[in-house]
Design a protein around this ligand. Structure first.
Ligand SMILES: O=C(O)CCC(=O)C(=O)O
Length: 348
């Protein structure tokens, strides 16, 4: 017996009402975002940064986006556009072409956090509201964690595409952290050095059409635990980021990559740069796919505000934390927006 309900299976069964476990409490339900209003104005979308520009202007734009949003699109990022297309295509093929019994052979261990494989819920605690999402999580870096035989065999290019995508995303994450460090007047490798070798996971999320999108979330509001997340979506909108209390829908741009700052970067930059609080909403008519590539510190790394950013005039805003403890609190208590990061705030 399949222990976990696959959302895709519910959707394909043609249910008209979602089971109660998927119904969000009133205050968490999706609300129309400003960018859906008839005349969107520029601040109602995340900033778009062209990485082919002069480096001074890139740094300045990244600095502003990291201070005000914690989220931005990059274009001319150096990742082959064909590879973006291929990873969406192999991901969609797994969810839509692979028969369910075959998919279930890759089931992740739902009792352990962030286990590799095919899964359907985000949190280990059983009383949380369920996300309207299935996913496949791949452990990709360091190379000692990468075992492509744990990934789908079909389509035949699946494993090669994921491995190649992992390498390109790592390079882009390093490049963006370098710009971020420089934009704060730090040595180019400052943030990356504080993070250390990346632990990278790639999560392909599949959000089937939902009969009651107004009651559900594809993925509940959270900020990512690690250092930096690089995300692509298909042409179906669903990603929303929180800006000044409003949920802003991130309009899909086929060639762009969404950069989401994560919590450890907010700590390292002593709150100068903010991690992005985001969520995914569902819709009634179209399945949606996204690919999120998380870059995290090793579990043993202690993360603290960079000493260069701390002074008498600018005291540390966060307690240092060993990353393993941060992760375990996140999985035990659940994300609930940014509560885990807020728990590290020092009195000012
Ligand atoms: O599907 C999306 O756009 C959001 C995915 C995400 O936030 C995640 O995987 O953590």
């Amino acid at each position: 017996m399949e222990a976990i309900t696959r959302v895709q299976r519910l959707a394909e069964a043609g249910i008209r009402q979602v089971p109660p476990q998927y119904i969000q409490p009133l205050d968490q339900r999706p609300i129309k975002s400003k960018s859906e209003s008839p005349s969107p104005s520029p601040p109602n979308n995340i900033p778009l940064i062209d990485l082919s520009k002069q480096s001074e202007s890139i740094k300045c734009e990244i600095g502003q986006a990291c201070r005000e949003w914690g989220a931005f699109h990059v274009i001319n990022h150096g990742v082959p556009l064909e590879l973006l297309h291929q990873i969406r295509s192999v991901g969609r093929s797994f969810f839509e072409q692979c028969p369910m019994p075959e998919k279930l052979k890759y089931s992740c261990d739902s009792s352990s956090a962030a286990s590799e494989g095919y899964g359907s819920k985000m949190l280990a605690n059983d009383d949380s509201v369920l996300d309207w999402r299935d996913y496949f999580d791949h452990h990709t870096l360091p190379l000692s964690r990468r075992n492509p035989s744990n990934w789908p065999e079909s389509p035949p290019n699946y494993r090669r595409v994921v491995a190649e995508y992992s390498d390109k995303m790592e390079a882009l994450a390093v490049k963006i952290l370098k710009y971020m460090s420089e934009s704060l007047g730090l040595a180019p490798s400052c943030i990356k050095d504080a993070v250390g070798d990346f632990y990278q996971n790639i999560t392909i999320s599949y959000y089937p059409p939902c009969p009651q999108p107004e009651l559900t979330l594809g993925l509940q509001s959270h900020s990512d635990m690690g250092a930096i997340t690089l995300l692509i979506q298909d042409d179906v909108e669903g990603l929303q980021v929180l800006k000044d209390g409003d949920w802003i829908t991130v309009q899909p741009l086929a060639d762009a990559i969404v950069v989401l700052l994560a919590d450890q970067t907010q700590i390292i930059t002593n709150g100068e740069y903010i991690s992005s609080q985001h969520q995914a909403i569902t819709n009634a008519s179209k399945a949606r796919l996204s690919v999120a590539t998380f870059h995290d510190p090793a579990k043993t790394v202690k993360i603290s505000p960079a000493s260069e950013l701390v002074s008498k005039a600018s005291p540390p805003r966060y307690r240092g934390v060993v990353y393993k403890d941060y992760v375990s609190s996140w999985y035990t208590k659940g994300p609930d927006g940014k509560r885990n990061l807020d728990a590290l705030l020092l009195d000012s």
